[in-house]
Design a protein around this ligand. Sequence first.
Ligand code: GAP
Length: 521
Amino acid sequence: MAEPKENPLMEKIVSLCKRRGFIFQSSEIYGGINGFWDYGPLGAELKKNIRDCWWNDMVRGRDDIVGLESSIIMHPKVWEASGHVGGFTDPMVDCKISKQRYRADQLFFAAVIVEKKDKLFGAGPTDVIGYVSALESERLLDELMDKAISLKRKKAIQGEILPFEIKDLTQATPEEIPMIPSPATGELGSLTPPRAFNMMFETYVGALRDESAIAYLRPETAQGMFVDFKAVVDTGRVKIPFGIAQIGKSFRNEITPRNFVFRSREFEQMEMEYFISDQDDWEKWYRYWINWCHNWLRSVGVADSRLSESVHPKEKLAFYSKGTTDIMFDFPFGVQELWGIAARGDYDLSQHAKFSGASLAYFDEVTKRRYVPHVIEPAVGVDRIALAILCSAYAEDQAPDEKGNMESRVVMRFHPRIAPIKVAVFPLLKNKPDLVNKAKEVRDLLRPQMSVFYDDAGAIGRRYRRQDEAGTPFGVTIDFDTLGEKGPELKDTVTLRDRDTMKQERVKISELSAMLLAKIR
Ligand code: GAP
């Protein structure tokens, strides 16, 4: 499995996810399947909350955006028109000995050049003594240097290793390829030259298994919005500017799925195509959506300090693209793309009009003008957001145990909007029927409004700790005061504990629901 190695924080997050039922390997009892993941009870709630928040903010909370659920398998021509059949490729390299497969742009190499010292004049002649290679990582330079030092030692060469010029395999010349060692075996001559690998999963529709039956699992949800553009305009009473949004599964046969759910082969996307007039100020909308995405990430608890923007340089943009900005997140394995916002011009609608023969122009009732709209596309992965939220929430601090001694605790500081469980309800003691009955009454009172977890097992401190790890923002304890044993003024009140401050306050049961709702929305 592509588990992060030598990254203690990432290892802690992955192990917490497994231990607490956020994320498991898919088909684990069969040894797992690389690039596929299952979300356990807490993970399923977390993902559902991410989807719901996005849908509420992106679709239900606005007049100008409508929703869509298009099919995963579409007419194969869709993917010819979109360019995916011809161009959705990654450069791939194989190691013939180990049978490992790499993305050529993630496999780096350098020539090791040694400067031999000249006794009289200092600097002497330089020699290429061989090549070293390593996979993309935070330690890339150190790893290449370690390998260069051992190569020099093995060849018993004296002198100083000169600074590297690091390249990826796509930049290697045909003469260099046989001299670059495989990162798996260290053997020379086992790497193949890079070749294009299409990432779309193929399947067959119907009983025949021939060329004419080939179809694809969609590699993005976006094409559904373009293909259904006319149907939505004809039925949705939408007027430009407007957007079509969709949440759904996408599939990419990634050569090297890795970094937990960051890059997987089956994942979920939340995409929105915002259609604007061809004469509108596209930059205004482009900036608007970049800001919207930033604000939304903050509103679900992605740490602001770990967000940044990466603007694609003009020369690297596709010919039709006017601009692309990625919102980046500082993951434990490096700063990586979280959300892409692209100004795609009229490319997609024009391509589908060309390939299908349908007119995808928009008629403006006011100006009486017909034109092909331009589009701004914010596209993000639910799994990547889940991972950014898990990384933002993970914290270790000190909390008092039963006897008041400080002990370290792991706490997931999820934003209450996104927390899988909103409130845990605890009877102080399990063997006192009056406490248990009252606690179940409170659970049932809250349950229609929010996700509630009832727990009566073990000491109360241990129960708090378990909920801290699950990221539950609030804990409600029913004690003898609740039953009125210390006087009428505390009867029908509970203690409400805050996960982050660990402060406890006394709250009337009759006010609990409204108070919690105000905090979790
Ligand atoms: N329609 C445009 C599009 O799909 P993309 O940059 O390829 O653009 C958009 O994907 C987002 O989908 C990414 O920013 C990322 O959040 C998510 N994503 C892409 N590939 C992924 C993968 N293999 N695993 C998990 N998430 C992925």
